[in-house]
Write a protein of this length. Structure first.
Length: 138
């Protein structure tokens, strides 16, 4: 299932050099991830109502090209790894106009209950687990 998240760059997200400050890309990945989860029918509200949270354990990214105010980026999130206990979401960020790759990144997550106790989603909620397993990039 291919999902694309578009986002226009705001002026306040740029630095003195007029380019997007590097810290904003982590926010962009989270915005894309939240929209993607909603798109696949697994919004955070549904997960949390079923006693599932997905905290971030780590973030990594490689900056390839800059974007500036009023540029539009396209973000493509996808599941890189999934075990039932942990999941890695990958991101490809592209400048819509130039088609240049802006960033390649990933976020590492685990699944927990509301008390942040780790859970195995395969045992906790098989329907959710199957959905994430089916999204795993081959």
């Amino acid at each position: 299932m291919s999902f694309i998240f578009e986002r226009k760059i705001n002026y306040y997200e740029t630095d003195k050099m007029g380019i997007v400050h590097h810290s904003n890309y982590i926010r962009y990945m989270e915005e894309a991830r939240c929209a993607w989860l909603e798109y696949i029918g697994m919004p955070f509200s549904l997960l949390e109502n079923n006693n599932v949270t997905i905290p971030v354990l780590g973030v990594s990214c490689s900056y390839k090209y800059h974007v500036t105010f009023e540029d539009t980026i396209i973000i493509k999130p996808f599941v890189k790894n999934y075990s039932g206990v942990r999941m890695t979401v990958g991101y490809e960020m592209i400048d819509k106009k130039t088609k240049k790759i802006v960033l390649i990144g990933e976020t590492q997550h685990c699944f927990t209950d509301k008390n942040l106790k780790p859970i195995n989603l395969k045992k906790h909620n098989l329907d959710f687990s199957v959905k994430f397993q089916n999204l795993l990039e081959k």
